[in-house]
Design a protein around this ligand. Structure first.
Ligand SMILES: C[S@@+](CC[C@H](N)C(=O)[O-])C[C@H]1O[C@@H](n2cnc3c(N)ncnc32)[C@H](O)[C@@H]1O
Ligand code: SF4
Length: 417
């Protein structure tokens, strides 16, 4: 039997406010009314870090992700104070990757240099599209020009290691328009590009009033052509929606996808911790609404152990998103389970042509990568009792739902959706 080992540890910090809620977005984010109250929020985050620190004593933090919502609404002094608190309470590695999410319409001019001085090493910029018409249809608060200016400011501030978020299959978007967005993004010389298929998420304005979107075949064609354009520019696809120049993969997200651990602080933030000595993996979640989070005592989070039977599914939910797949030894070390316990689903999926051997172990085949949910169903415990859609959505919520964005979208088209 393999021994459950504590994997690398990351820190996720959630900032729940935005200038305006986008009609497609189901993130835990809220339109800001009135004062941001940055000082009070950072104080609460610092309390949270202090409260959670004992659970990870002696472990170093390899990456920090400041996500939202819109963290760039917070001034650099607030970010500096938060990172100081993280360094005070946790063993943050000297060379930790520290990413800040920024909205091109909600970042002060000249702020990137200050964020860098505060300790930010990487920025993720929500570009979405370079078409003014598409941005208006998405309810975005910025123009293509503001995105270009933000990218230029990032280079000038010495933060060339930045990501651009793009969405495709937008309302009324043609293949040529999707390709133009990729070309415009590449012209800004990012190090990383996230390319998400726009999905209609329950509870959003778009779900209630759906815009006319390209159909699945058109979306698949956009994905393929954009992927080829990115590959030609030296951006390798390493995950369902993530493309990077060599050595510029997002270390923080890679830790999620390899079933690493993370502390989650801030409103609604999720965490995952391996308690190796107790042979247990635990998920944590903070009060979701900012007001409730602010009112709650530091450390008042909900802890739920992950049932052993669910571990293969939870591991695959992450690992199969990676083009490189996973190694059986890592599966054993990260779940504490004997790899022999998944021999049957592995063999079945290979026989169906959805899974193949890789240098490291196994990975989704080209076909499997398009139908990831089919692969995941093979690893689900208690399949007959729950509908695939329900099981997948709850597991996705329990997993790293706060980041990265929607699981099972883009290339993850499958049964049950
Ligand atoms: C938290 S946001 C990024 C930062 C900032 N809030 C912004 O929007 O500029 C994360 C990313 O998820 C993607 N996203 C959000 N909702 C989505 C949806 N319904 N379908 C596809 N992608 C989505 C967008 O590309 C967005 O930039
Ligand atoms: S997409 Fe970004 S800016 Fe828009 S509501 Fe969601 S978190 Fe806020």
């Amino acid at each position: 039997m393999p021994t459950l080992c504590a994997p690398p540890l990351s820190l996720y910090v959630h900032f729940p406010w935005c200038v305006r809620k986008c009609p497609y977005c189901d993130y835990n984010s809220y339109t800001l009314h009135g004062d941001l109250g940055a000082e009070r929020y950072v104080e609460r985050l610092a309390g949270d870090l202090e409260a959670q620190a004992p659970a990870v004593a002696g472990r170093s933090v390899v990456s920090v992700f400041l996500g939202g919502g819109t963290p760039s609404l917070f001034p650099a002094e607030s970010i500096a104070r938060l990172l100081e608190a993280a360094r005070r309470h946790l063993a943050v590695s000297e060379d930790a990757e520290v990413t800040l999410e920024a909205n091109p319409g909600a970042v002060e001019r000249g702020a990137f240099a200050e964020y860098r001085a505060a300790g930010v090493t990487r920025v993720s910029l929500g570009a979405q599209s370079f078409s003014a018409r598409a941005l208006a249809a998405l309810g975005r608060i910025h123009s293509p020009h503001e995105t270009r200016r933000a990218a230029h400011e990032l280079h000038a501030a010495g933060l060339a290691n930045f990501n651009l978020d793009l969405m495709y299959a937008l309302p009324g978007q043609s293949r040529a328009e999707a390709l133009r967005d990729v070309a415009e993004a590449l012209a800004l010389a990012p190090a990383h590009l996230s390319h998400y298929q726009l999905t209609l998420e329950p509870g959003t304005v778009f779900a209630a009033h759906p815009p006319a979107l390209p159909d699945e075949d058109q979306a698949a064609a956009q994905l393929e052509e954009c992927g080829a354009r990115l590959a030609a520019a030296g951006f390798a696809r390493y995950e369902v929606s993530a493309y990077a120049r060599a050595g510029r993969q997002c270390r923080h997200n890679l830790n999620y996808w390899t079933f690493g651990d993370y502390l989650g602080v801030g409103a609604g933030a999720h965490g995952k911790l391996t308690l190796a000595a107790r042979g247990l993996i635990e998920r944590t979640v903070q009060p979701r609404e900012p007001r409730r989070y602010l009112a709650a005592a530091a450390g008042a989070l909900t802890r739920t152990p992950v049932p052993t039977a669910q571990l293969p599914f939870e591991y695959m939910l992450n690992a199969l998103r990676l083009t490189a797949g996973f190694a059986l030894e890592e599966f054993g070390a990260r779940t504490g389970l004997d790899p022999a316990s998944i021999a049957t689903p592995l063999a079945r999926l290979q026989a169906r042509g959805l899974l193949e051997r890789s240098a490291a172990g196994y990975r989704a085949s080209a076909l499997g990568f398009q139908f990831l949910n089919d692969l995941l169903l093979e690893f689900m415990a208690e399949r007959p009792e729950m509908s695939a859609g329900y099981a997948l959505s709850t597991a996705a919520a329990a997993a790293a739902r706060d980041r990265p964005p929607p699981l099972f979208t883009g290339a993850g088209r499958a049964v049950g959706e």
